[in-house]
Ligand binder design. Structure first.
Ligand SMILES: NC(=O)c1ccc[n+]([C@@H]2O[C@H](COP(=O)([O-])OP(=O)(O)OC[C@H]3O[C@@H](n4cnc5c(N)ncnc54)[C@H](O)[C@@H]3O)[C@@H](O)[C@H]2O)c1
Length: 300
């Protein structure tokens, strides 16, 4: 079966994703598009070399917009010329022009695939993309707090000295500073978090560390790419495999009136069943606060 991913924006994030998709043999076709033609071209040639090293059989193209619009999945990863702030909301104005241009192309051709957005502010940009393209909401979604959920697994696993894969939980709300741990539903090694006896202060500090994990990475290398590339590749895999695996992705929430993260099944046709978590009173206040931030940016 043909597995064609196009990446719109091939900077740190887009090129890292391209590398994972090629070297792990997850695609049969890869189309790279970037406003900087030379960058997309260079990555395509470099990846063609890697493809041979890994005995792959991937067709890799650069700057072919018509091919992008025929892809099964378009991953959106454009970014501003310079990321001057670590507040993701500050990127909105610069990124939205490129997003509206893409949306207009998707609308004109009647794009039939899935659009998976990474570009920040992730929830806001995903909503702008869906509204401007007119594509069904089931086929336009964002990576949301899927990356933050990996960070929750890492930090809580470290704290409790268990494997991150034994941490089951989700980060709720915005992919941004107002995100929160949905503590009421966290289980570690099949035990509810309340039975692990973690002091409230340690929980609060862990939540702060997850929400600001990007800052720690950004301070070291001025970008974050491998975590998001990893989880995005797994979402693409779930689409191609029609696996119905659940990820914390940014989806349209009718009650909140905006895109925001919920654990949702991913399948070949896009979004499947949504497993909205029942939140306690404090968590609901945090969720509503996050949704208000997203709505404010969408409506500005
Ligand atoms: N959602 C997440 O979890 C997550 C995680 C990490 C980064 N991000 C976001 O991903 C985005 C990309 O980050 P990065 O570090 O790769 O940035 P980057 O600056 O390295 O790359 C951005 C690329 O987009 C290209 N570009 C800009 N406008 C374009 C347009 N209109 N058409 C085509 N290409 C265009 C640029 O030429 C550049 O190559 C940012 O918005 C960043 O905040 C999101």
């Amino acid at each position: 079966m043909n597995r064609h991913v196009a990446i719109f924006g091939c900077g740190n994030v887009g090129s890292s994703l391209a590398h994972v998709l090629v070297t792990r043999g997850m695609v049969s076709e890869l189309t790279l598009v970037d406003a900087d033609n030379g960058k997309a071209e260079g990555h395509a040639l470099d990846l063609q070399d890697a493809n041979i090293a890994f005995d792959g059989n991937v067709t890799i193209r650069a700057n072919d917009t018509s091919a992008m619009l025929r892809a099964d999945i378009i991953v959106v990863a454009i970014g501003p010329k310079v990321i001057t702030s670590i507040d993701r909301l500050d990127e909105f104005n610069e990124n939205s022009a490129g997003i509206l241009e893409l949306a207009s192309k998707l609308k004109t051709v009647g794009f039939t695939g899935i659009v998976l957005n990474i570009t920040n502010p992730c929830d806001v940009i995903t909503q702008v993309l869906q509204e401007a393209s007119g594509l069904p909401k089931s086929r336009v979604f964002g990576t949301g707090t899927s990356l933050d959920t990996l960070r929750l697994q890492r930090l809580l696993g470290n704290l409790l000295k268990v494997s991150p894969s034994d941490v089951h939980g989700f980060m709720g709300g915005e992919h941004g500073d107002s995100q929160f741990v949905v503590w009421s539903s966290v289980h570690v090694a099949n035990r509810h978090i309340n039975s692990w006896d973690i002091p409230q202060g340690a929980k609060d500090e862990l939540e702060r560390q997850v929400a600001h994990a990007a800052t720690a990475i950004y301070n070291g290398k001025k970008c974050t790419e491998y975590g998001i590339a990893g989880i995005t590749s797994k979402i693409c895999e779930a689409i191609f495999d029609d696996s119905e695996k659940v990820f914390s992705v940014s989806v349209f929430d009718e009650r909140a009136g905006c895109y925001i993260s919920h654990p949702t099944q991913i399948m070949r046709s896009g979004l499947g069943m949504r497993f909205t978590l029942s939140l306690n009173e404090q968590e609901q206040i945090k969720f509503d606060g996050s949704a208000a931030i997203i709505r404010k940016f969408v409506n500005q």
